[in-house]
Design a protein around this ligand. Sequence first.
Ligand code: MG
Length: 273
Amino acid sequence: MLKLKSSREIEAMRNAGLVVWEAHQIAKGLVRPGITTGEIDRAVEEFFLEKNVIPLFKGVPGPVPFPAVCCISVNEEVVHGIPGSRKLQEGDIISIDTGCKLKGWCGDCAYTHAVGHVPDDVQNLLDCTSGVLQLAIKLMGSRNRWGDVASEMATFVRDYGFSVVENFVGHGIGKNMHEDPQVPNFCSPSFRRKHDFELEPGLVIAVEPMVNMGTKKVRVLPDFWTQSTNDGKYSAHFEHTIAITDGGPLVLTAAPQSGEEKEMTGVVTTTEG
Ligand code: MG
């Protein structure tokens, strides 16, 4: 059974989503050649501390508990990268994924940024991955079942000549970061038969396409967390927490809309994204 959220609960999740959006503005403002991924993570951790919210990623159980508030994955790293002493270089791409819990409700969001100038094929990868997330958001307003959205997502990525990662998928989200249902970015016959779900008001899901330039296959690094492409080619990742409402899909981790800015207290340098 999927836990549907009331409009009041969705409003509470929007407040968590706004904090996550603001954290991303801080992180994005730091992305430049020479900075370490650990420095970006620390800035986000300080911001969460200041906002008095609970970071969702730190301490997530695994062979070793996840040690940071952001997953930061560079170039061929797909997801779950551990921030540390790696220095960004011109031409890298950096995926930053973070989330927090505010008053009991979660928000989860990821962006991939270019570090300075990147080659055209890498820019295509970023455009494809952010584009397929935007496509999913749009389709969530007109399709009845997730499988229909997911199969159009897979086609969109295939048309770019890239591949959708299948080992990792999006998820329901609410009082917990990971709730039912699983939200794949592709649609298999067995998903249609056994796991597909209706896009109904009150559903809140984190949609997070991961797109690889080469093979869809991934492998885990010896740090137990970082997932890397099998062929070493680049990978990108974008994610939003999205609610279905009576008025259509609502992106809970999007930039503040007019009327919401007054709620913000942190350092906001841009209203993009
Ligand atoms: Mg997620």
